[in-house]
Design a protein around this ligand. Structure first.
Ligand code: NAP
Length: 289
């Protein structure tokens, strides 16, 4: 079954532009008090994709008037040396947010490094303190990607109360926090994963579907209830080498009411929410906590 008209796009670039304008404004207010929000981005190794991501993050900071530093280290860096750098950044007054780009080389325990970041500077929202705060509904930092998805739902005025949300994927950085955020907005949430027996039976019940798997065409038109809202977190390459999401965009857009594109959807929102968290960290410090 198809929807009466094709889905409307939720444009992550346009929404990012709006939010980043607000970030620039909040940054200028902080600067009037002598505070420039600062982000430290730490990259270990020479992963090509990571290099692109960190450059984009640093550029986004500069565009919004934030201070940023990019620390790049060879893949041979020891865990102890990295922990010492995190320690130094924790006490650096010009830095309000610390982001360690993942993945880290195999000899470094990524969770140990994340736990070394001061929770007040955990702008990626991956520290257990941040995860716990989200779990119990206390102030903290929300992981940027699911936070960006929530902003996209908010932008279309989608009231989650009583709606059935299906999240496909249960990673600590996307799927699980996404489910908790949807729950916090009073959706009824189902989390699917590689062990889910009948994914289609789950997604067909959904008013909103968030696909965060990392596989092309995980969600096709026959799996979507007409009028559902579809958020595509996936970042994959199709057979032609073109960037695409987890969702069969052309098919699903005939059924859904709203859909996010890839590229131009969740990706830019992730960086935008990193800026939001960094400015928030600086504002909290300025407010004395
Ligand atoms: P991940 O850690 O690999 O998690 C993938 C999840 O998908 C796992 O929970 C896995 O289940 C589940 N899964 C795998 N195959 C499945 C299937 N056939 N049916 C249902 N569930 C299945 O990945 P991630 O870090 O969450 O990222 C997911 C995708 O989002 C990737 O493409 C990544 O590149 C993209 N991403 C994009 C952004 C952005 O800014 N746009 C940010 C972060 C991630 P199990 O737990 O059972 O293994």
């Amino acid at each position: 079954m198809t929807n009466s008209s094709p889905a409307q796009l939720i444009d992550g670039i346009a929404l990012s532009r709006e939010i980043r304008a607000d970030i620039a404004h909040r940054t200028s207010l902080l600067k009037q008090k002598g505070i420039t929000p600062g982000l430290a981005v730490v990259l270990v190794g020479d992963n090509q994709a990571s290099q692109v991501y960190v450059r984009n993050k640093v550029k986004a900071c500069a565009d919004a008037g934030l201070h940023s530093v990019l620390e790049q280290y060879p893949a041979s860096m020891s865990e102890d040396d990295l922990l010492a750098r995190i320690d130094a950044l924790n006490t650096d007054a010009s830095i309000h947010g610390i982001l360690v780009q993942l993945p880290l080389p195999a000899h470094i325990d990524a969770q140990k490094v994340i736990e070394a970041i001061a929770p007040s500077k955990d702008v990626d929202g991956f520290h257990v303190n941040s995860a716990g705060a989200l779990m119990v509904g206390r102030p903290g930092f929300w992981p940027c990607t699911p936070y960006g998805c929530m902003k996209m739902l908010e932008s279309i005025g989608f009231d989650l109360k009583g709606k059935h949300a299906v999240v496909i994927g249960r990673s600590n950085i996307v799927g699980k926090p996404m489910a908790l955020m949807l729950l916090q907005k009073n959706a009824t949430v189902t989390i699917c994963h590689s062990g889910t027996k009948d994914l289609k039976a789950m997604t067909l019940q959904a008013d909103v579907i968030v696909a965060a798997v990392g596989k092309v065409n995980v969600l096709t038109a026959d799996m979507v209830k007409p009028g559902a809202v579809v958020i595509d977190v996936g970042m994959n390459r199709n057979a032609l080498g073109k960037l695409c999401g987890d969702v069969d965009f052309e098919g699903v857009k005939q059924v859904a009411s709203y859909i996010t594109p890839v590229p131009g959807g969740v990706g830019p929102m992730t960086i935008t929410m990193l800026l939001v968290n960094t400015v928030e960290a600086a504002e909290r410090l300025a407010a004395g906590g």
